[in-house]
Design a binder for this molecule. Sequence first.
Ligand SMILES: [Zn+2]
Length: 321
Amino acid sequence: MEGTLTRFNSIGIQVRDMKIIDGWVVGYVADELIPPSPRAAHIEPRAAFRALIQRRELATAVPPFYLPMASDNGFFRKTRSEILADFTALTRGDDDMAIYFLRRFGLWCEDDVYQKDASGQNRLPTSLLPWWLRAEREGKTPFATQLDYFWLCYDVAKLLNDLRHALLRSDVPTLKKLCLALGNLFFSEKGRSLYKEAPDPEKEAHFLLAMGTGRFLGSARVAPIEENGQIFPVISTAFSREAVFAELMQVIVAGTPLRYCLRKQCNNIFAPAPGKKYCSEICQIRNKRARQLGKTAEETNRSETSLRGGNANAKRSNRKN
Ligand SMILES: [Zn+2]
């Protein structure tokens, strides 16, 4: 079985009209844009989509069924691999950037379209309920993403990425620090950490990489999907959270965790090939020139290029819309 499940295909579910209420991004799923299925002409696509939500079957049904229909501009959009770099380049706590991300890559996770959680309890704060119920009465499909949770996932993605990098360097002090931070996030109860430091930081790092990445790949599905006449086993996801962690799994497996560009003035995040330290040849040339003109390494280079240490609070210079 080695190496068989190496294909990923992620789709995003388009959302619109977002705003923030009490720490939640709320908006509507743009389900009026679902294209009719050429294979099932008798199905009314919007009603079918809502039935999936009512039966809590969105994650089960959407990735394998709609993947072959996904386009780059429709309701189900193919997600590009830059999603991980774009996600980790957000500024933590900048909620407008969270909205920008959701507009670009789609619904965050399955729970966001359900009013109740899996145990039947109300998932939303009471202050949100009137907005939610009005949206339903108006025939819209509401969603609500909790911002605290969104930024928690952001922290986890960066920690896991940097953990892989520390493993590649056998950097034991950093491994210990990152394992502790991840352990405290995953194993705590009522704000109290239950995590105990492990004696072997490398083994512990492998365990946390598997557990942490797997947890947020929660609703990923596997299906045999045809590409150019051949059928492959494909991991498919329907939410931007899963797409982020599917990409993260790829860079973890490939041993190419994301880094900041070595050039101090550049805030690009990229997946470097071995030995590559700059996001582009342009940055490499610029730094080389600056050094020829007498600038020191401290003036031109970042001292630390990991996602957490590199430039966590920098505004992204090449923000796209
Ligand atoms: Zn650069």
